[in-house]
Ligand binder design. Structure first.
Ligand SMILES: [Zn+2]
Ligand SMILES: [Zn+2]
Ligand SMILES: [Zn+2]
Length: 344
């Protein structure tokens, strides 16, 4: 049995397998849906800055009295986090300085713990179950396999006391699922705060001309339209940074997600590329990028304010392009815009 969600539905996307499409019209900036994280983890380096449970940033967080490593808004957040924090609290004490699981292992440990208690479809799995997320364990090259093996060793070392660690083969599948479907949660300054899985969001296919973006509210993901959408349109996000040149983008997509993008942008760019040469072609590419940024900023500016994460991201990239094109005035203009929301 599959669940459902208002305004969107699962369907078979031609040439892509399963996907998500809208069942009604959405305007630029409109929220399609919000998805709570199935599991999430705050980065070790962000400890003390954010609450481990709700990802709120504030001064004077209270620390866990036992390990003194986890920080919370209040007793309620601490209590809420305990089912996950208990996987690490005493292990951190026992291992001391030697406690060093990868963020991937930490997230997978939380997924395993949640799977154990969560038997029903949860609020993050209205359309796709966590177990249905795509895995590419069979396609992994040696380097990736070694990384997974190291992560698995970390699981056994740091978590086996508090967790029933599944069979090796199942772990490889789970690590691959998380590698292909995990999301990095960014804070307002676009720095990496943590990692999470959102099964329903994992159903969305990639395009270099995305129709939606993902932003974060606490640990929840919000899917918002960046194009006007009509009923039946596929919901598409970009899995990678759009400002890489076409070939780069596709290398990255193949490396991390095991497919080649065939969106309009990629199809016509790969034709153009064969006739382009050297620096001239590159320069043209950067002019196009800057235009793309500016156009996008203009469209989005009508909906989002300058402090919005997506706007900042675009401005940051536009600044990079200006620097590359040796346009210091342009770079400074964007740089100042980026800093503005941080000035009081
Ligand atoms: Zn909190
Ligand atoms: Zn603790
Ligand atoms: Zn593409």
């Amino acid at each position: 049995m599959t669940g459902s969600m208002e305004g969107v539905e699962r369907f078979d996307s031609p040439g892509k397998g399963r996907g998500l499409r809208v069942t009604r019209a959405f305007k630029v900036g409109e929220l399609l849906f919000s998805c709570p994280a199935y599991s999430y983890v705050l980065s070790v380096k962000e400890r003390g800055c954010y609450c481990e449970f709700c990802f709120n940033r504030k001064e004077g967080l209270a620390r866990c009295g036992k390990c003194k490593k986890a920080f919370y808004c209040n007793a309620k957040c601490q209590k809420g986090d305990w089912p996950m924090h208990k996987l690490e609290c005493s292990a951190m004490l026992a291992f001391g300085e030697n406690w060093c699981p990868s963020e991937m292992s930490r997230l997978v440990a939380r997924i395993l713990a949640k799977k154990k208690t969560q038997k029903e479809r949860c609020a993050s799995e209205k359309i796709l179950l966590i177990g249905e997320m795509q895995s590419h364990a069979e396609d992994e090259d040696n380097e990736k396999r070694q990384m997974s093996e190291a992560d698995i060793a970390g699981m056994h070392r740091f978590y086996s006391k508090h967790l029933e660690v599944p069979e090796h083969k199942d772990l490889l599948t789970l690590f691959s699922q998380v590698a292909c479907n995990g999301f990095t949660i960014e804070d307002d300054e676009l720095s990496h705060m943590g990692t999470a899985v959102y099964p329903d969001v994992a159903l969305i296919n990639h395009s270099c001309l995305p129709s939606v973006i993902v932003t974060y509210k606490g640990t929840s993901a919000e899917i918002r339209a960046v194009q006007d959408m009509k009923p039946g349109d596929e919901v598409l996000i970009s899995y990678i940074d759009l400002l890489y040149p076409t070939e780069d983008r596709n290398n990255r997509l193949r490396e991390s997600y095991y497919f080649t993008c065939e969106c309009q942008e990629c199809k016509c760019k790969s034709k153009v590329r064969t006739s382009e040469q050297g620096r001239e072609g590159t320069e043209e590419h950067f002019h196009e990028l800057l235009e793309m940024c500016e156009q996008s900023l203009e469209e989005m500016g009508a909906v989002f304010d300058d402090a919005n994460v997506y706007m900042l991201h675009m401005m940051y990239q536009a600044m990079g392009v200006c620097l590359y094109m040796e346009d210091p005035d342009g770079a400074v203009r964007y740089g100042e815009k980026i800093l503005r929301p941080y000035r009081c």
